[in-house]
Structures are given as structure tokens and as C-alpha cells.
Design a protein. Structure first.
Length: 321
């Protein structure tokens, strides 16, 4: 049974209104109130379970009375729950909305990937170095490994969410992290590639110009855009539904880290046409992921909003009948 658990602390003068909102909703279960039981912030402790399909409306109403500002509001996923008569009634009330995503949780997941501590740049650089080894040894396995290690998708989706929610600071910080991170990755990987070239550590095939991995990366075409578009859609949907396996597939589908690594390696080996192709590949993939991510977020919100409005209309018609 899909539901979330809400823990809240309410100032005493707001508690009756909050409890009234929760008790009136058939999709709110296991409502518990403990007067004057909470500290920091001080107030009344409230706990309840909410069917996920109704969570967006419930959270909206709680925030409308400023419970999140005057007290506190904590949301937790429920891993397992045994269904009862009350739950079945709530599910019937929701209808198709029973599978609706909880947007507060979706945005929290995206924001968690939109933080840029030093480790973000460290992972990005290490991914670039792994990718450079994959390029000079013509190893597709190492290229896939570099894609998985790279944390850039979190920043890309954060930019998409910032555009969707019109949070300029989120967009600015995400683009800055991507710009600085990829520039740092290219510089460090370039120095590493110079070391490889200086000591003649590249594979014999790569030295003879047989570079199938590099050629695949630095040749942007229709399929590059198509894959980035599909990966952008899957990435947002997987974040919405918390499907980590699908999100992992996105990491190994888009050519961002490999393109940055190929810019560095091709520069070290003075293959300037490859540098240009990889730079185009990198920019195209990032732009497509941002645009598609933003569009997919907007589309999902619009679809679920339309479903909710249709359910409300059907309910009003049934009440009139």
C-alpha cells in the first residue's frame, strides 16, 4: 500500500485547525495528536499516514496554514503497511490518483543531487580520468564505468527543476557547478593524457589511429540527440517514481563525461577535429538533457493536475446525482 508518514509540530493555537484539516480527509489514516509533547520547536506533536495519491493536496493545505513555518513538517516514506477498511475507502476515493507522485519528495530527491561539495568535483575529475584510460585503451567497459561514476546528472536535473520552478539561484548554481566541474575535469585529464603520451602508454591501436571508442564519442549526430532526449525523459520519470535501476541506465546512456575526457585526450594528442566534435557532443547532450528534463517535469505536473481536476469533477457530479 503506497503511503507516506507525516510528523509535524504545531503551535497550540494552530493545532485544532490542522487536526480538523487532517481528520476531514478520508485518505488520512492513523492520526495521532499529543498535546504539548514536542520541543524545539515547542508545541503539539501530530503524526499521521497519508495515501500517496492524496499527499500533494494534504501537504498543500498544511503549508497553506503555514505549519511548515510556524512549526515543523517532516515527510517519511512508508515501506510496508497492511491494508484495512479505512485504506480501501481512501483508495476508492482517490481513483486513478492513487499512483500520483508526491512532488515534495520528488523535488527533495532532485535537490539532494543539486548540492556541490568538493566531492562533486572529485567524482567528476575521477570519472574523466577513468574515461581517458578507456579512450586510449579503446575499452568500452571503462567508458561505461566513467559514466556511472560521474555525478553531473544531478546538477543537470537540478537546473531543469530550477527552470521549471523559476528558481534563478538553483539554475545559476547548477550551471556554475557544471561549468567549473567540466573545466576542471578537462584540465586535469589533459595533464594526465600528456603523461600518457609522454611515456607512450597509449595502446598500439590508438597510436596507429584506430580509435573506435573516441570516434564514437566525438561524432555527434541524430542518434546522439535521440538518445539524450530519451534518457532525459527516463531520468525525470525514474526520479518521479524513485526507480534507481532506470536512473542508473540514464547514467550510462548519455555522452557527457566521455565527451569531456575525449576533449582532453584529443587535445593532448593534437587531434583538433576530435576536440571540436567532442565539445559539440558535450554541449548538445547537456542542453538536450536540461530542455527535455524541464519539459518532462512540466508535462508530468500537467497530466496529474488534469487527472485530479477530472476526479474532482466526477465527484461533484456524483454528489449532485
Amino acid at each position: 500500500m503506497d503511503m507516506i508518514h507525516i510528523r509535524a509540530v504545531s503551535p497550540p493555537d494552530l493545532t485544532d485547525e490542522v487536526v480538523g484539516l487532517l481528520a476531514a480527509d478520508p485518505c488520512v489514516l492513523n492520526l495521532i495528536i499529543q498535546r504539548d509533547a514536542a520541543r524545539r520547536p515547542d508545541g503539539d506533536a501530530i503524526a499521521c499516514d497519508v495515501l500517496t495519491g492524496a499527499a500533494n493536496d494534504v501537504l498543500h493545505r498544511l503549508r497553506a496554514v503555514h505549519l511548515d513555518r510556524r512549526g515543523s513538517l517532516v515527510i517519511e516514506p512508508v515501506d510496508m503497511a497492511f491494508s484495512g477498511a479505512a485504506t480501501e475507502g481512501g483508495q476508492r476515493e482517490l481513483g486513478p490518483l492513487s499512483r500520483a507522485p508526491v512532488w515534495e519528495q520528488v523535488e527533495a530527491r532532485i535537490r539532494s543531487g543539486g548540492r556541490y561539495p568538493p566531492s562533486f568535483y572529485l567524482y567528476l575529475v575521477i570519472a574523466g580520468l577513468i574515461g581517458s584510460v578507456g579512450i586510449v585503451t579503446n575499452s568500452q567497459i571503462l567508458i561505461v564505468g566513467a559514466m556511472v561514476v560521474g555525478p553531473e546528472y544531478g546538477a543537470i536535473v537540478s537546473v531543469a527543476l530550477g527552470i521549471d520552478r523559476r528558481h534563478r539561484s538553483m539554475v545559476r548554481s547548477g550551471l556554475t557547478a557544471l561549468g567549473v566541474g567540466f573545466l576542471l575535469t578537462i584540465v586535469v585529464t589533459f595533464l594526465f593524457a600528456l603523461l600518457i603520451r609522454g611515456f607512450g602508454l597509449e595502446s598500439e591501436a590508438f597510436d596507429r589511429g584506430l580509435r573506435p571508442v573516441s570516434n564514437l564519442i566525438n561524432t555527434p549526430n541524430f542518434f546522439s540527440v535521440a538518445v539524450a532526449t530519451l534518457a532525459g525523459i527516463v531520468g525525470i520519470v525514474s526520479l518521479t517514481e524513485a526507480r534507481t535501476s532506470a536512473l542508473l541506465g540514464v547514467f550510462i546512456s548519455v555522452t557527457t563525461i566521455p565527451a569531456a575526457a575525449d576533449i582532453a585526450v584529443s587535445s593532448a594528442f593534437t587531434s583538433w577535429s576530435d576536440v571540436r566534435g567532442s565539445a559539440i557532443q558535450l554541449v548538445v547532450n547537456i542542453l538536450v538533457l536540461i530542455v527535455v528534463g524541464t519539459a518532462t517535469l512540466k508535462a508530468q505536473r500537467a497530466i496529474w493536475q488534469r487527472i485530479r481536476l477530472r476526479r474532482d469533477r466526477d465527484r461533484r457530479l456524483a454528489e449532485k446525482a
